[in-house]
Design a protein around this ligand. Structure first.
Ligand SMILES: [Zn+2]
Length: 74
């Protein structure tokens, strides 16, 4: 089994080992061009934490389901 298997996806929050249930898709406009997307995986508990962390910095951020992760993300 590889770490890219959907069943093995774990939350991106530091120290969290829970299974991801959503993806936080974001971009830093100062570093990334319009088409670039970064993806953080989030468990139910950390989904708002991760989203708020990014939105407070003024980054475009969107929460999507695990089946909607952009192919070119990460
Ligand atoms: Zn988590």
């Amino acid at each position: 089994m590889s770490v890219t298997d959907r069943d093995a996806l774990v939350c991106s929050a530091k120290g969290c080992r829970l299974a991801a249930e959503a993806a936080v898709v974001w971009r830093n406009p100062r570093l990334h061009d319009e088409t670039r997307r970064k993806v953080w995986l989030a468990c139910a508990e950390h989904r708002p934490t991760l989203r708020d962390y990014l939105s407070l910095r003024g980054f475009p951020v969107e929460v999507v389901g695990l089946d909607a992760i952009p192919e070119d993300g990460r």
